[in-house]
Design a protein around this ligand. Structure first.
Ligand code: NAG
Ligand code: NAG
Ligand code: NAG
Ligand code: NAG
Ligand code: NAG
Ligand code: NAG
Ligand code: NAG
Ligand code: NAG
Ligand code: NAG
Ligand code: NAG
Ligand code: NAG
Length: 597
């Protein structure tokens, strides 16, 4: 079809066209560098809180290795599943432009069977920032398997601060001494998980700041720094469901970036980091270097005296420090009865409109505030309910139940009946139900989503495939009038936002990325119990320019299992699975047969 059109162009346009044609023919990311990774995902023994348990490591490391790449690089990760159950890795915040095939969630990918390997390949197109990856199914994130994902600016684009002396990735998160399979079973049995046993920092337990609260012999994290120097801390909450307050004793934290956007730079003495969120701070080592300092992540919005055990403590160690960190831990915000402090802090996080990011133009050159909204969805969550005898979590009264065949694969093979496209734009009235209902997103539309939290805990919501603008949040029920309070200028673009209990958060998102994209609660228990939905964004024009083709190595399962061929399990752990692995020959044959029929 391109050929046809091309002939009708005047001759003068030909040189330009030649360039254009070249761009079309060459795979779109050929010129950009490749980074290759080989990951063996397996159980390793650890005792982060003094109790022996199995955690999920990558190449024997917990947390896993940091992927450190630059805008537009291609990332190739060969994942060997050495667990005893299926695995998928998802790339939290990596937008997978035109490429939901690599998103690593059940709506887009068949799980990698135990003993198999599968190679992800994607380009980190037009992105910068601090993200992380984690195992997306079976509650596995509760056992680890996560790691950092850094996308650096290209050299031609200035970073809005001086190059820091060091770059430190810090994972914080609540943790249970129970095996993740037992936690999963508790949820399946309709139980609550109860209070976590602690907070880990980079996979390690707390420093023994209090002999009553912290047992002897716990390995803790130490961050080594030099006096006078400035470091970038990339802090990620990878926990299950606990909002954490992050702070460093006596040190200011200059917020500079969150989930791929440079923020207006502001100092905080502490910042709330909710489950699934990522922040970059610059911290200058400007305190008396004769001692160490505490780095703290403590549970938020809970009774501190009951939850004091649930506190992560690491050590900031100045290079020639003579003394240990001492004194009480730095105070958390004292706002148990004040609902506004944390929300005001969240509202204070703004986009730096003049900073460049992935492209040389300023972040603020996309004026989201002047774009007309084309679709509005109010997504309301409620405390867990019982549906058909099972405890479930819902959005708009629907608890998502993943089909055996991934949604995107079902589309590719034109399978009917796998899902419906009728997700309600307002909460359903009547009894809650389970379903496979998707949001019908209009390609190139501008969608407004209001998350309304009717539960009693903070929830974080995340959208794959996009960064969205956080334009408003407030207590009470959202109404049309609430739009009057929106920030139409410098709301930050990110991929995860908190929604306070009894409150709403509004986001705007430009649906320019074709694919089927997961919207989920980052709180692992809510997600596991069904609090998610997918947004299907299809280009109505019949073109292969707005989405990459299905990868050659795609796995097949569910109703498409027949396309799958054998793969001999590699790993040492016993596996009875008679695995199959598709050869392209077989696919071609099937297609031919289908074509003949
Ligand atoms: C993984 O998959 C690739 C390609 O399918 C294959 O070449 C490789 O040998 C496999 N095994 C391991 C252990 O990575
Ligand atoms: C915003 O970014 C610009 C451009 O890099 C930088 O000069 C400025 O300091 C930043 N402003 C704030 C308030 O962070
Ligand atoms: C990432 O790689 C760049 C070079 O490409 C290097 O300058 C930087 O220190 C690395 N960052 C981390 C955290 O390893
Ligand atoms: C240690 O924690 C316990 C229990 O919260 C508390 O009673 C005690 O005062 C703390 N000790 C110190 C030295 O802070
Ligand atoms: C942040 O605090 C540091 C001291 O820790 C100070 O030097 C710096 O000027 C402050 N920056 C802003 C933007 O307030
Ligand atoms: C740093 O602390 C040590 C020990 O408390 C003290 O002797 C010293 O005077 C302090 N230095 C400064 C510059 O405050
Ligand atoms: C926190 O818990 C303690 C001990 O269980 C209790 O005495 C106290 O009243 C609680 N505080 C609040 C604010 O609920
Ligand atoms: C948005 O809608 C208004 C009223 O319908 C219209 O006047 C305006 O031109 C639209 N703006 C854009 C950017 O489409
Ligand atoms: C989905 O939305 C498109 C417009 O974006 C519309 O053409 C189509 O009919 C819708 N599909 C369903 C099933 O509602
Ligand atoms: C939940 O919704 C009900 C009904 O609208 C309302 O009365 C209640 O206050 C809400 N609770 C929260 C925590 O939002
Ligand atoms: C896209 O479609 C054109 C025309 O049908 C074809 O020539 C080209 O090879 C296709 N490109 C890809 C990447 O599939």
């Amino acid at each position: 079809m391109k050929m046809e059109r091309r002939r009708s162009f005047p001759a003068v346009a030909l040189p330009l066209l030649a360039v254009w044609a070249l761009v079309m023919v060459v795979p779109c990311f050929a010129a950009d560098p490749y980074a290759y990774f080989d990951w063996d995902v397996s159980f390793i023994n650890a005792a982060p809180l003094g109790v022996k348990q199995q955690v999920i490591g990558i190449n024997g490391q917990f947390p896993g290795p940091v992927v450190n790449v630059t805008t537009n690089w291609n990332v190739v990760v060969n994942v060997l599943n050495d667990l005893d159950e299926p695995l998928l890795i998802t790339w939290n915040g990596i937008q997978q432009r035109k490429n939901s095939w690599q998103d690593g969630v059940l709506g887009t990918n068949c799980p990698i069977p135990s003993g198999w390997n599968w190679t992800y390949q994607f380009q980190v197109k037009d992105q910068i920032g601090s993200f992380f990856y984690f195992p997306s199914i079976g509650f596995q994130r509760a056992a680890g398997g996560y790691g950092g994902f850094i996308i650096n600016n290209r050299d031609v684009i200035a970073v809005p601060f001086d190059k820091p002396h060091g770059d430190i990735t810090l994972f914080v998160g609540d943790w249970y001494n129970k095996d993740y399979k037992d936690l999963r079973k508790a949820l399946d049995d309709g139980k609550d998980l109860g209070m976590p046993d602690g907070v880990l920092m980079n996979g390690k337990g707390p420093y023994r700041y209090n002999k009553t609260l912290v047992p002897d012999g716990i390995d803790y994290e130490t961050i080594h720094v030099h006096p006078g120097k400035t470091y970038r801390f990339r802090v990620h909450n990878v926990g299950i469901s606990t909002s954490l307050n992050f702070r460093i004793q006596n040190h200011n934290m200059l917020l500079v970036e969150t989930e791929g956007s440079y923020t207006v730079q502001q100092n905080y003495t502490n910042l709330d980091v909710h489950v699934g969120q990522s922040y970059s701070f610059l911290v200058t080592m400007d305190q008396n270097a004769s001692s160490d300092y505490y780095i703290v992540a403590s549970a938020r919005f809970v009774n501190e005296s009951r939850w004091s055990r649930v506190t992560g403590v690491a050590i900031l160690h100045y290079s020639d420090s003579k003394g240990k960190a001492s004194g009480p831990l730095p105070d958390p915000p004292n706002d148990f009865y004040d609902k506004t402090f944390s929300m005001n802090q969240a509202r204070s996080i703004r986009w730096n409109l003049s900073a460049g990011a992935a492209r040389p133009n300023p972040q603020g050159s996309f004026r989201y505030g002047s774009i007309n909204v084309s679709q509005v969805y109010v997504l309301k969550n409620k405390p867990p309910v019982v549906i058909n005898g099972k405890r479930r979590a819902t959005l708009n009264g629907i608890s998502y139940s993943p089909p055996e065949t991934p949604l995107r694969l079902a589309d590719e093979y034109k399978l009917k009946g796998v899902y419906t496209l009728d997700f309600p734009s307002r909460p359903l009235k009547g009894a809650p139900k389970t379903g496979r209902s998707l949001i019908n997103g209009t390609y190139r539309g501008f969608m407004e989503i209001i998350f309304q939290n009717n539960d009693t805990k903070v929830q974080t919501y995340h959208m794959d495939g996009y960064a969205f603008f956080v334009v408003g949040m407030d207590y009470g029920e959202w109404t049309e009038e609430s739009r009057g309070t929106y920030n139409k200028g410098d709301g930050v673009a990110r991929c995860s936002t908190q929604v306070f209990p009894g409150a709403w958060t509004a986001i705007l998102v430009s649906l320019d990325n074709v694919g089927i994209w997961n919207v989920r609660a980052q709180n692992l228990d809510s997600w596991y119990l069904g609090q998610e939905v997918y947004v299907r964004v299809i280009n109505p024009e019949n073109t292969n320019k707005t989405e990459l083709p299905i990868p050659d190595n795609a796995l097949y399962c569910g109703r498409l299992q027949k396309y799958q061929n054998e793969q001999t399990p590699h790993h040492k752990q016993a596996s009875s699975a008679s695995a199959t692995y598709r050869t392209s020959e077989l696919l071609v044959l099937m297609l031919l047969l289908v074509g003949i029929a």
